[in-house]
Write a protein that binds this ligand. Structure first.
Ligand SMILES: NC(=O)c1ccc[n+]([C@@H]2O[C@H](COP(=O)([O-])OP(=O)(O)OC[C@H]3O[C@@H](n4cnc5c(N)ncnc54)[C@H](OP(=O)(O)O)[C@@H]3O)[C@@H](O)[C@H]2O)c1
Length: 250
């Protein structure tokens, strides 16, 4: 049985989708949670919805000044955190011929720089026995057209899991990744794809998913909760796929 009572969790990008579903699941399992997002109104709206065990911070995971200030903001709420879910992110799509510097920087800033410095800045607030979960993606395992930058950024995050696992073992902080397949969130609407392109992508992806549907954010959240809890006490430096059986090219 999973029990997060007495634990405090930081979830980056907790205002919608997988992050918000995880916040709900953590609270249901007894945790206090702090979410981040870029917009004060959305953060406020979300914590009001989540109830009195939820706190919110406006912080942009793609901005170095916000990343360096995150620890101070957390300390105004709690002296330490037990669980860190680095989830904030989005994906943009372009064929190699159309990729420009802005497309590259935007995604690498949030997904790669944001992940690395979020972990770095939160480590001083984490106690022995803490748990870190990074959000990767099934795209690291396949060659998906138009996703060079997003896939490379998520592959960097996948790599962090292994290196950080080696570095954090002596502090007894476990780190793992959750790798979602296609999940029904705001992700696709917030990409640079038109509705028609989203439909075409869904049409191409769905036949490859043995369970023949998009996953729900709550189905990813349950796995994150498991990785955050003592139930996964001997898991370290690994990645759990939540993808309906999406075939991987190894
Ligand atoms: N949906 C999928 O199929 C899928 C598959 C694999 C991996 N993922 C990964 O799952 C994670 C969550 O995505 P989602 O599917 O739940 O999408 P979503 O519903 O769009 O949620 C994204 C969350 O990230 C936050 N966010 C985005 N950029 C941010 C930034 N620069 N700083 C702080 N917060 C930021 C958003 O908050 P604000 O907009 O309020 O700032 C929102 O709370 C992402 O890392 C994504 O790459 C998703």
């Amino acid at each position: 049985m999973i029990n997060l009572t007495g634990k405090t969790a930081l979830i980056t990008g907790g205002t919608s989708g997988i992050g918000k579903a995880t916040a709900i699941d953590f609270i249901e399992n007894g945790a206090k949670i702090i979410i981040t997002g870029r917009n004060q109104h959305t953060v406020n709206e979300t914590i009001n919805e989540l109830g009195d065990q939820a706190y919110g911070i406006v912080s942009d995971s793609g901005k170095m000044s916000d990343l360096l200030d995150l620890g101070n903001k957390i300390k105004s709420i709690t002296p330490y955190i037990d669980i860190l879910f680095v989830n904030a992110g989005f994906g943009k799509y372009a064929p190699i011929e159309q990729i420009d510097e802005a497309h590259f920087d935007e995604q690498f800033n949030v997904l790669v720089k944001g992940t690395l410095f979020t972990v770095q800045q939160m480590l001083p607030l984490m106690k022995e026995g803490g748990a870190i979960i990074l959000n990767t993606s099934i795209v690291t395992e396949i060659g998906m057209s138009n996703s060079s930058v997003y896939s490379a950024a998520k592959s960097a995050v996948q790599s962090f899991v292994k290196t950080f696992a080696s570095e954090l073992a002596s502090r007894k902080i476990k780190i793992n990744a959750v790798s979602p397949g296609p999940i029904q969130t705001n992700y696709f609407d917030r990409s640079n794809l038109s509705q028609e392109q989203i439909q075409n992508m869904a049409g191409a992806v769905l036949p490859q998913v043995p369970l023949a549907r998009f996953g729900q954010p709550s189905e990813v959240a349950k796995v994150v909760t498991f990785l955050a809890s003592d139930a996964s006490s001997f898991m370290h430096g690994t990645e759990v796929f939540v993808d309906g059986g999406f075939p991987k090219i190894k």
